[in-house]
Design a binder for this molecule. Structure first.
Ligand code: NAD
Length: 443
């Protein structure tokens, strides 16, 4: 081959292709959370030697002891992979020098101003860059605004004078994991990947096809970044729409749940979304604001996102008003009343309370003088401002409260017992459907 650049590209791609397809590539995952740990375990199960890198000693120690802290990843699976030498964790970024691939799965929260907080991506990439070497494939999986991979990550990894698509390969692949979903997990959720160059995309596709069932290659990192934002913005806006309809139906005395159930019988052109106490989790309330931040820089206001954000943000207030009205109907004031919150995780059957609307509802109740207790089999304690609340036993607590409010519809709850034991129940999830009682106040 006379072209030296083509020869260099071919040398790196041939070697990496060989290592990936023979599963001798040494795989790295930076950030061992809800996204990174399941991915690391999936690659170890596929036969790769996997090294997880995290800042937290506690997480690293637990992985190396075969003790999982992610609900969807069983500890016995982690233990068996650690014992076979296929999975290990470290806080030492110099381990990257020995790796062939690296997936970056660090958090991307919002600042208080609702601007993206890129500090985790930046600090992870600074550390990675110190040990990054020719022939490596890097894939960013953290949800972020379109352009991040090429505007932010690429310059940091190119610092050492290496050229993307020639000396190393860089892709973006949105993570779509849905914690607590028994049907769809890392392995069988189709994986979208887009590279900076066509060779990068090819390497990304080859990498994912070793351990995951379906890989969808797209033409660029920006398309891949935007895919995730479309998916989550779609959910956020539709939830906003149905939350607004729920408030309208409440005013008109119409049962929103019955409306949705009947509308969902249409076999085409309709997809049901359900109202609730507000958005929660690390994704749906956060990701769309990454998009609106980016489009604002291009002079376009993301009006649907801002509007849905406003409507969804009203829901905890609407729930508290429902509680207040329910108490008023019994000649009681919220001030001094005992309110028991049933479920505080941001969604059913999981232990994650990030952005959970329960925290907002509790905060608002306390601000209005309510005395708040809660139960959640997945969440032993929560912090509300300076106070720590501990979960209480529902059977003991309910008979002594003035009102219960169902915020999270965990499957473990005995809903008939809740209605039996509480003097009244505000149900924000329709989890009491089928139960007839004057004690029930539905959203
Ligand atoms: N949780 C979900 O359901 C979900 C779903 C899809 C996408 N995502 C996206 O995936 C990304 C990760 O989310 P998550 O829920 O796994 O977060 P997480 O908080 O559970 O895990 C992130 C991990 O990264 C570690 N970390 C932080 N900074 C680091 C650094 N500089 N170097 C090394 N490790 C570092 C943290 O200690 C933590 O263990 C986010 O961008 C999120 O939006 C999350």
């Amino acid at each position: 081959m006379s072209d030296p650049i083509a020869a260099q590209t071919a040398a790196h791609t041939d070697l990496l292709r060989h290592k990936i397809s023979t599963r001798t590539a040494r795989v790295g995952v930076v950030g061992l959370g809800y996204v990174g740990l399941p991915l690391a375990v999936e690659y170890a199960k596929a036969g790769f030697s996997v090294t997880g890198v995290d800042l937290l000693d506690s997480k690293v120690a637990r992985i190396n002891a075969g003790d999982s802290y992610v609900q969807d990843v069983p500890s016995d699976e982690v233990l068996s992979l650690v014992e076979k030498g296929r999975l290990r964790a470290t806080t030492d970024f110099s381990a990257i020098a020995e790796l062939d691939t690296i997936n970056i799965c660090v958090p991307t929260p919002l600042r208080k101003t609702k601007d993206p907080d890129m500090s985790h991506i930046v600090s992870a990439c600074q550390q990675i860059a110190r040990h990054f070497h020719p022939g490596m494939l890097a894939i960013l999986e953290s949800t972020t605004y379109p352009g991040t991979t090429e505007e932010l990550v690429l310059p940091m990894l190119s610092k050492s004078g290496m050229h993307v698509g020639v000396d190393f390969f860089l892709c973006f692949s949105p993570e779509r994991v849905d914690p607590g979903n028994a049907s769809f997990q890392t392995r069988n959720i189709p994986k979208v990947v887009g590279g900076v160059t066509p060779v990068c995309t090819e390497m990304g596709r080859l990498f994912y096809s070793q351990a995951l069932e379906t890989v969808v290659a797209v033409s660029s990192t920006q398309v891949a970044e935007m895919v995730k934002l479309l998916e989550n913005t779609f959910r956020m806006i539709n939830i906003g729409l149905v939350n607004e309809l729920a408030m309208m139906c409440d005013r008109m005395g119409i049962d929103i749940w019955e409306v949705i159930e009947a509308a969902a019988t249409k076999p085409f052109g309709f997809m049901p979304f359900y109202p609730g106490p507000g958005l929660g989790g690390h994704c749906i309330p956060v990701d769309p604001f990454y998009l609106s931040w980016k489009t604002r820089q291009a002079g376009i206001e993301a009006r649907f996102i801002e509007l849905a954000g406003y409507v969804n943000g009203q829901m905890p207030h609407f729930v508290v008003e429902k509680i207040q009205n329910a108490l008023n109907s019994r000649r009681k004031a919220l001030f001094g009343s005992r309110v028991h919150v049933v479920g505080v995780a941001y969604k059913r059957n999981i232990d994650d309370i990030r952005e959970s609307p329960a925290l907002d509802v509790i905060h608002l109740l306390k601000r209005r003088g309510g005395v708040v207790t809660y139960s959640d089999p997945y969440v032993p304690s929560i912090r509300i401002e300076d106070e720590i609340l501990f979960a209480s036993d529902m059977a003991d607590t309910l008979p002594a409260v003035d009102c219960a409010v169902i915020i999270t519809d965990h499957s473990d709850f005995d809903y008939e017992a809740i209605v039996r034991n509480a003097p009244m129940v505000v149900d924000t999830r329709n989890s009491l459907r089928g139960i007839n009682s004057e004690k029930i106040i539905r959203l």
